[in-house]
Design a protein around this ligand. Structure first.
Ligand SMILES: [Zn+2]
Ligand SMILES: [Zn+2]
Length: 193
């Protein structure tokens, strides 16, 4: 069984780094394998979400009777803010990928395949390229947490002085609540002072 690894083109943009030419593997018997070393710069996720590092991991491509099975795990991390203490956090994201990818051209004749029959299937390009940028972007967007925490038991901010309660006990006789913090009253935990 052929397990020689296939490197992405040295590039580049995330789109280029996540594009792999699989023409060779498509010409091999069912069950043939390629291992992909994936290393991509951060993707453009729009104005509100940023990756702290690129995407890295390994994928195994297996020739199936219809196309390719793509399976493996990629990892990255996204910039988030703790929903209790508002500290910047580095939120790790693991993407488990397992997809069958089908050709757009018949592998024997080169004629276009009827893609309408399976409109939701992931398709290779008509240059026999596997493009994973969309798949990876969707995975990262889905992984974005609704209420991220810097740690599970983050106690949040003091309602009176705005200091992080996690940074140790503190005390203040002045009980005036800073009006800027009143907005936090609804969801921040309370504590005795
Ligand atoms: Zn926190
Ligand atoms: Zn306080």
């Amino acid at each position: 069984m052929n397990t020689k690894s296939l490197k992405a083109k040295k590039s580049q943009s995330a789109a280029e780094a996540l594009t792999f030419n699989v023409a060779g593997l498509l010409g091999e018997p069912i069950g043939s394998i390629r291992d992909l070393e994936v290393s991509s710069p951060p993707l453009d996720l729009g104005p509100d979400l940023h990756q702290n590092r690129g995407v890295a991991g390994r994928l195994r491509l297996t020739r199936t009777n219809r196309g390719l099975l793509v399976k493996g795990r990629l990892s990255t991390s996204i910039a988030q803010v703790c929903s209790r203490c508002l500290r910047d956090i580095d939120y790790p994201v693991e993407l488990d990928i397992e997809e069958e990818v089908l050709p757009t051209l018949d592998l024997a004749t080169g004629a276009p395949v009827d893609t309408e029959a399976e409109p939701d299937a992931l398709r290779l390009t008509d240059h026999h390229e596997l493009e994973l940028e969309e798949e990876v972007r969707d995975g990262i967007l889905l992984a974005e947490p609704i209420a991220p925490l810097c740690r599970q038991d983050c106690p949040g901010l003091c309602l009176e002085c705005g200091l992080e309660l996690g940074s140790g006990p503190h005390d203040h006789p002045d009980a005036d609540i800073d009006p800027r913090l009143e907005a936090l009253l609804g969801f921040a935990p309370t504590h005795e002072v």
